[in-house]
Design a protein around this ligand. Structure first.
Ligand code: SAM
Length: 217
């Protein structure tokens, strides 16, 4: 059963404060983090730790991202109400719910069938309905393109070919890029079909993006 208690709500407030203390100040995003019960996304052995600012295992050798990382990636996306956003790497579904709370129309793709099935069931129980897909997101999700924004929540060795073509002009892609343990967070803005502007935002640690345009399976 999914139970959200006063204790959990208090722990969420403390988590938001911890994220603020790290220098993050976007209150719209903090409000979404305050609203989404992160303990629902973790297996029972980790629920006591759900409001620590850390990544945790979600099975299948994958992780739910650290809340601070979710906050930073979400801020870089510059989410506007009704933005059509593609998330690559659904995982637990936590990031997708944060985007839904911000008013985005979320399309999220996951490669791992077990996580895809588990997350679909969980989100329906929580009354969150992003559009979830099973498949290789290293190719994007061309059948529903173009998107206003794309967020990748796994580390890509390089920006996958073809993703920029799935963005609208003026759209942005947020993606951790790097082949080693640590990656750089990259924000690419598509100015027109030829031109892009890209900036780097600090170092983060993600599990690898697998698939055709990621790490070979
Ligand atoms: N956004 C997730 C959340 O909120 O829990 C965290 C994602 S986890 C760090 C990375 C996810 O990317 C894993 O679930 C993994 O199975 C998935 N993944 C890796 N390669 C992928 C690919 N080519 N297409 C789609 N998902 C992929």
């Amino acid at each position: 059963m999914l139970l959200d208690s006063y204790r959990h709500k208090g722990m969420r407030k403390a988590l938001c404060q911890e994220i603020r203390d790290k220098g993050f100040s976007n209150e719209k995003i903090l409000k979404a983090i305050d609203k989404v019960p992160r303990h629902f996304f973790l297996d029972s052995s980790f629920t006591e730790h759900a409001y620590e600012d850390k990544p945790f295992p979600i099975g299948e050798d994958q992780t739910i991202s650290q809340p601070y990382t979710v906050a930073v990636q979400t801020e870089l996306l510059d989410v506007q109400k009704n933005d059509k956003i593609l998330e690559i790497g659904t995982g637990s579904g936590y990031q997708a719910c944060i985007l839904v709370e911000l008013g985005a129309k979320v399309f999220s793709i996951e490669l791992n069938r077990i996580l895809y099935e588990k997350t679909k069931q969980l989100l329906a129980k929580m009354n969150y309905y992003p559009k979830l897909f099973l498949g290789d997101g290293s190719l994007g999700l061309p059948s529903f393109a173009p998107y206003d924004k794309i967020i990748v929540t796994a580390a890509a060795p390089k920006i996958p070919d073809g993703l920029m073509n799935q963005l609208k002009i003026g759209g942005r892609l947020i993606i951790p890029v790097g082949k080693g343990e640590v990656q750089k967070m990259i924000c690419v803005i598509k100015q027109d079909n030829e031109l892009t502007e890209s900036s780097e935002y600090g170092s983060f640690k993600f599990v690898p993006l697998l698939g055709k345009n990621g790490k070979p399976l």
